[in-house]
Design a protein around this ligand. Structure first.
Ligand code: ATR
Length: 264
């Protein structure tokens, strides 16, 4: 039996085990997927240990996406992004990023990215993937991060425009898509933006999916904006990880059903 898992901190909220275990079972793949909360100082041990123990692969989540790349041989996309969310163990430890494709697929279901101005909240591992993918597909990308320097560096890298969090009101009228990649709202009733900061002609997308309807999405509804929760992103990035590990097309409908069954 092959062991897979997700490493992060916090990780208790993760729905990845339910999603992947349902797919393994459905396809009769002899594998199991667990969640592992990893101490912030033990990331390297965790990855090398999983490799030594013969694990099949790992997903990587908050706050390890950028650091974890150091312990892998990343593919071209992951290297360009500078962050990974998927590791495959074999003769070597390979790193991949499926967040970029996951975010784009989720967004394309609800809006046209091509002519949009996008505001990305955050500049961490998930933000890097989203910013990388959207900067080449949208009209303009603004990046607003609590630590301005980090947002500035990311914006410079992808050809976007860095702004301070308190400058958001100055540009919000021109924004068509807001994407929260920060952990604000994860298992808490907080948001970086409230309804007065948003408007009805936009899509508000939260990568946080615990709770499914975050405070940001509730505020977006009050503003009359279209909302997109993090479940589709979870699904599409997960399906891409599954395909990296198994080489088999992921059973998307079944995985989505498993997620919603677990939530309910
Ligand atoms: P991930 O790998 O999932 O992207 P991360 O790399 O830890 O996670 O990134 C977390 C993001 O959430 C960062 O952009 C962080 O901002 P800083 O760069 O200033 O740390 C942002 N973040 C976390 N807590 C925040 C808070 N209370 N207010 C604003 N931003 C916050």
């Amino acid at each position: 039996m092959k062991i897979f898992g997700i490493i992060g901190n916090p990780v208790e909220h993760s729905l990845s085990p339910v999603m992947h275990n349902s797919a393994f079972k459905y396809l009769n793949i002899d594998a199991v997927y667990f969640k592992f909360k990893v101490d912030l100082r033990r990331l390297k041990d965790a990855i090398l240990g999983a490799d030594s123990l013969g694990f099949g692969g790992l997903n990587v989540t908050v706050p390890f996406k950028e650091e974890a790349i150091k312990y892998t041989i990343p593919d071209t996309l992951a290297e360009e992004i500078g962050a990974i969310n998927t590791i495959k163990f074999g003769r070597t430890v390979e790193g991949f990023n499926t967040d970029a494709v996951g975010a784009v697929m989720a967004l394309k279901e609800v809006t046209d990215i091509k002519d949009s101005n996008v505001l990305i909240l955050g500049a961490g591992g998930a933000a890097r993937a989203v910013a990388y993918a959207l900067s080449s597909q949208s009209k303009k990308v603004f990046i607003a991060n609590r630590t301005f320097k980090k947002g500035f560096d990311l914006a410079k890298k992808v050809g976007g425009e860095p702004i301070k969090l308190d400058e958001i009101p100055n540009i919000i009228k021109s924004v068509d898509i807001v994407i929260n990649t920060t952990t604000v709202g994860l298992n808490e009733d907080r948001s970086l933006l409230y309804h007065k900061d948003l408007h009805k002609d936009m899509v508000v997308f939260d990568l946080v999916y615990s709770p499914v309807k975050t405070r940001l999405l509730r505020e977006a509804e009050i503003a009359g904006a279209k909302t997109l929760n993090g479940i589709k992103m979870l699904l599409y990035q997960g399906a891409a990880s599954f395909e990296v590990w198994t080489g088999i097309k992921a059973p998307l409908d079944l995985m989505e059903e498993a997620i919603y069954h677990e939530i309910s």
